[in-house]
Design a protein around this ligand. Structure first.
Ligand SMILES: Nc1ncnc2c1ncn2[C@@H]1O[C@H](COP(=O)(O)OP(=O)(O)OP(=O)(O)O)[C@@H](O)[C@H]1O
Ligand SMILES: Nc1ncnc2c1ncn2[C@@H]1O[C@H](COP(=O)(O)OP(=O)(O)OP(=O)(O)O)[C@@H](O)[C@H]1O
Ligand SMILES: [Mg+2]
Ligand SMILES: [Mg+2]
Lengths: 260, 260
């Protein structure tokens, strides 16, 4: 059955989507794994980032989550254009799901139920979470086995990490005893600006110690360019530093997941 | 009575907070205006960004918004350390307010009611919105006179702008006929990477034409450094390009607000 990996961070713009799409693509492309990428953010940035190769059809993630009729996410996902990688399509109804789930009993387990059978079809399920700890992110944490927390070298992003760590703690205690924090990944690290960067990075390492993974992702325009082109980084710019660093991160994480 | 300016964008990390704090500070410091900065994001990044000079005391924004007891935001705000600028303090309870407001009738007008008398104490009220169009952002739009939409030169940020424009349209039609879109501000523009930047910026200008304000804000490390130091950019690095560009933007916006 698939390992479920949530990419979660309270802060906006720290590279959750870039990390989710790049890791999912690397695992599919370079490790021959069958991967499902579930976009829990109503803004549907995963589908946008992969739009050049997106398949046809698919169904409504909102319907799967809110109707509890035993429908599976696997049934509504579409081909991403990356061999071995499926992704959930854009669904404008997902915006309403947060409000609807807010009032329901057992609301936090909607996603977990909706991937029960999907897990048999994939080796990995990657969850891209929205930038706030609402019902959709909590569903992600309740359905996950592992959590990766992207964090940029900045005061505001650092402050957001404790919120997610706290949420993981609560979800583990109340809903999902297996939930593990795989680590904090430093993203958008500006190699050129060691001064400000360095100060923030030291604070993050002081605060989170060995939770901070050694593999970092530096600022590399190819990563933004790939999304503009609607392709994963490995199709768009395979020799770029962004591609190499996400490839290295993907490999290191697989090792940790298998050992964990 | 104060003009209420909302800084709103669906996308995370496009500089809503940096823009809200910098504009509020510039208006207070350089135009002798009395400004109130209301942080509608439970992550309380405004207070964090100004923490070195933050005053004591203050009250709960969550309580003001959810209890409807006629309490005003002005009553719970504190000194920011920037002369003439007050800010709402961190309030962990704000996280619950989104869920609580989700079910209530008239929930979208909680903030508007809570600043009715506050408006007489200030020249400008600036609203920093969270990165999703939930009850708190909608409250911001329903209470505002003008909206500024920060946008970075990227495919994902561009896609988010239409969501906010649509929300402004709906709020204007149903709740707040005076609401005006002041403009889209290009932020975190990387002067060094004209290629990828340029492509995204052309798309944004094509999509939004004269809505895109001529005053841009380029990537400047001093802006992130100021937040790490807990000071506004004008105290932290008054000669920096980030300070100059936010000063210019603040001046240009005042002219547009007065004419509009
Ligand atoms: N290492 C990097 N180098 C250059 N650009 C990057 C890098 N990582 C992310 N970006 C760009 O930064 C922006 C924000 O990244 P992304 O959308 O992945 O963050 P996010 O955390 O998912 O944001 P949100 O909170 O809105 O969901 C995007 O335009 C993306 O292309
Ligand atoms: N022009 C700039 N130059 C350099 N860094 C910047 C600039 N604008 C913003 N930043 C940095 O980028 C990060 C994101 O900015 P900010 O927090 O203001 O965005 P936001 O839209 O409020 O994010 P969120 O969606 O999480 O509320 C911060 O660390 C900030 O310091
Ligand atoms: Mg995202
Ligand atoms: Mg913010």
């Amino acid at each position: 059955a698939a390992t479920v990996v949530a990419i979660a961070a309270q802060k906006g713009g720290v590279g959750k989507t870039t990390t989710a799409v790049s890791l999912a693509s690397a695992w599919a492309r370079f490790h021959g794994l069958k991967v499902l990428l579930i976009d829990l953010d109503p803004q549907a940035n995963c589908a946008l980032a992969l739009r050049a190769g997106l398949g046809e059809g698919g169904g409504s993630l909102a319907e799967v989550l809110s109707e509890g009729k035993g429908k599976e996410v696997a049934e509504i996902a579409i081909a991403s254009g990356v061999p071995g990688l499926d992704v959930t399509p854009d669904d404008p109804e997902l915006q309403q799901v947060e409000a609807r789930l807010a009032g329901k009993i057992g609301k936090e387990l909607a996603l977990r139920k909706a991937i029960e059978r999907s897990r048999t079809h994939y080796d990995l399920i990657v969850l891209d979470c929205p930038p706030h700890l609402g019902p959709l992110s909590v569903n992600g944490l309740a359905a996950a086995d592992q959590v990766i927390v992207p964090c940029t070298p900045s005061a505001l992003a650092l402050a957001g990490v404790s919120g997610v760590v706290q949420a993981i703690h609560e979800v583990r205690g109340q809903l999902n005893p297996n939930l593990a924090l795989l680590g904090v990944v430093l993203t958008r690290v500006d190699a050129r600006n060691k001064a400000t960067n360095g100060a923030a990075m030291s604070l993050i390492e002081e605060a989170f110690g060995e939770l901070v993974l050694p593999e970092k992702v530096e600022v590399n325009n190819a990563l933004a360019g790939a999304q503009l082109a609607g392709q994963d980084i490995f199709a768009h710019a395979p020799a770029s530093r962004g591609a190499r660093q996400y490839m290295d991160l993907a490999e290191a994480l697989l090792t940790r997941i298998d050992q964990g």
